[in-house]
Write a protein that binds this ligand. Structure first.
Ligand SMILES: C[S@@+](CC[C@H](N)C(=O)[O-])C[C@H]1O[C@@H](n2cnc3c(N)ncnc32)[C@H](O)[C@@H]1O
Length: 230
């Protein structure tokens, strides 16, 4: 148990260092604003959350806040989490002046979850996880990785929407991304739609597996015998 915690602590430190290094190279190291794969993926993710307003959103792995801005436009309150302080600093600047957006520096494998909010809105009716889960999918920290699925599911309100969007190159990586979605299905979430986004011919063979899953809604409370009608 203690060993697991130490290994996870080391993994968190390594993840933070690695991601801080990536973002220290300069603005937009992933090319969210110009690479065809990224622009197409983010457009499809935006379509996936359209058509509904959300009380409380959670973005896991918000990076510099490019997609955070789009989610913020649709949510009353939004928590955006990332392990990299360098990325978060830019995200905070990008979304300056939006009090309904809170940024959290944490490793999702250890984060305690959304803080209690006013009006008992504790759970999220929208959770977005874009190109994050494969960073956690490491043999040394299997337990932290596998445990993350149940924790994310536990933060989703009944009837809430979970959007997964992960890049893949070829059938083997696609199978691994489908495995992420299947883990959530095994926890009781229902797949609404899944599609491969992007043209591999213009994005170096990479596409994005975009999955929308829904948490079962609140079930009607059964009438107590002898009290209900009839
Ligand atoms: C490739 S970027 C994706 C950004 C954004 N979600 C998107 O869809 O464009 C991955 C982000 O996940 C963050 N990340 C990686 N491992 C993480 C962890 N264990 N906990 C929280 N965030 C993590 C990285 O710092 C980075 O900002």
């Amino acid at each position: 148990m203690i060993l697991d915690r130490v290994v996870l602590w080391l993994a968190r430190r390594a993840a933070k260092r690695k991601m801080d290094r990536v973002f220290s190279r300069g603005q937009d190291p992933y090319g969210y604003e110009w690479k065809p794969y990224e622009t197409e993926r983010l457009r499809a993710m935006e379509t996936a959350i359209e058509g509904r307003a959300y009380r409380r959103g959670l973005e896991i792995g918000c990076a510099e806040g490019v997609f955070t801005e789009r989610i913020a436009a649709r949510t009353e309150r939004l928590t955006a989490l990332d392990v990299s302080s360098v990325a978060l600093e830019r995200a905070r600047r990008r979304l300056a002046g939006r009090p309904a957006v809170e940024f959290v520096e944490a490793d999702v494998r250890e984060w305690a979850g959304p803080a209690p909010a006013p009006q008992a809105v504790d759970l999220c009716d929208l959770i977005v996880v874009g190109d994050v889960l494969y960073y956690l999918d490491k043999p040394m920290v299997r337990e932290g990785f596998e445990g993350t699925f149940g924790r994310i599911k536990g933060w989703l309100a009944p009837g809430g929407l979970l959007v997964l969007a992960h890049g893949f190159a070829g059938p083997e990586e696609r199978r691994i991304r489908e495995g992420y979605r299947r883990r959530f299905e095994a926890l009781g979430l229902r797949l609404i739609k899944e599609e491969a986004v992007g043209d591999p011919a213009v994005s170096g063979g990479v596409q994005c597996l975009l999955s929308r899953l829904e948490s079962p809604g609140l079930t009607a409370v059964p009438a107590v015998r002898g009290v209900g009608p009839g």
